[in-house]
Design a protein around this ligand. Structure first.
Ligand code: ADP
Ligand code: ADP
Length: 234
């Protein structure tokens, strides 16, 4: 495992009179195996931070490291960051965005296949994760046949299948009832420990906020770390 460290990250959109400083001073450290919450009101900079982490846009200043490796430093352009998006950072979105014409196994196996892993091995990896997430019995189903909770677990399997050292989960539980939302958080915690993954969960969901041991609040582009309740997941 590597863990991720973000130091003094800044992002300015535009220039001159119309410039917007969306990120002013973002500092986060997430250890391998750790799940942290990231909470902030609308307009505080969450999407901008996720886009910087996902190498969709390049930050304006600061530094990001995975373990000992610098993955962003001042002056780097987004073209220097492309490899990040594919191999290093896994995403779990609120809407699962499963591909409708691929079955569950191939939805999960697609990313490693695209990365050059032989099909059989990619499918074996997918099945192992689907098993860990208790949806192996749906391996041959099409996405439209799945319940919302099953779709979400398949999306989590897809986010984990390339074993990225970092996972960004954007509102992963918003549409789920309390029991299913807590189940998703339990799974993310299990996966973090099992694969030494650092997981950042961006959320407004009051059902899951008490489960985090540490929370980063972002307000007006500045992060503040606070202890969470760390409520037991049973
Ligand atoms: P959040 O996801 O927390 O709602 P955003 O990162 O979307 O916050 O926005 C942070 C600030 O940056 C807001 O003031 C927003 O209007 C501004 N902003 C976001 N994207 C752009 C952009 N592409 N160009 C200019 N300003 C932007
Ligand atoms: P969300 O917070 O759910 O991502 P937003 O409505 O804040 O949605 O932003 C939607 C899109 O518009 C994002 O890609 C964001 O970067 C962009 N955006 C937000 N604010 C601005 C802005 N002031 N100028 C240009 N683009 C913006």
């Amino acid at each position: 495992g590597h863990g991720i460290r973000i130091e003094g990250l800044r992002k300015r959109y535009g220039q001159g009179d119309t410039a917007v400083d969306a990120l002013k001073d973002v500092n986060m450290v997430v250890a391998p195996g750790e799940v942290v919450g990231l909470i902030g009101p609308s307009g505080s900079g969450k999407s901008t931070l996720l886009k910087c982490l996902g190498a969709v846009i390049s930050p304006s200043a600061g530094r990001m490291t995975l373990g000992d490796e610098i993955i962003y430093d001042e002056g780097w352009k987004v073209s220097d960051l492309r490899a990040l998006r594919r191999d290093r950072i896994g995403f779990v979105f609120q809407a699962p965005y499963l591909i409708p014409f691929l079955d569950v196994t191939d939805n999960v196996a697609l990313l490693p296949m695209l990365a050059g892993v032989p099909n059989l091995e990619a499918r074996a990896r997918a099945l192992e994760l689907l098993g860990a997430l208790d949806v192996a019995h749906r391996a041959q189903a099409m996405p439209s046949q799945l319940s919302g909770g099953e779709q979400q677990r398949v999306a989590i399997a897809r986010g984990l299948v390339n074993r990225p050292p970092v996972i960004l989960a954007d509102e992963p539980t918003a549409p789920l009832d309390s029991e299913r939302a807590l189940a998703v958080i339990r799974i993310l915690n299990d996966m973090a420990r099992r694969f030494d993954t650092a997981i950042i969960v961006v959320t407004h969901d009051e059902k899951i906020i008490p489960t985090f041991r540490r929370i980063y609040h972002i307000r007006d582009g500045v992060t503040h770390e606070e202890p969470g309740e760390g409520r037991s997941l049973g």
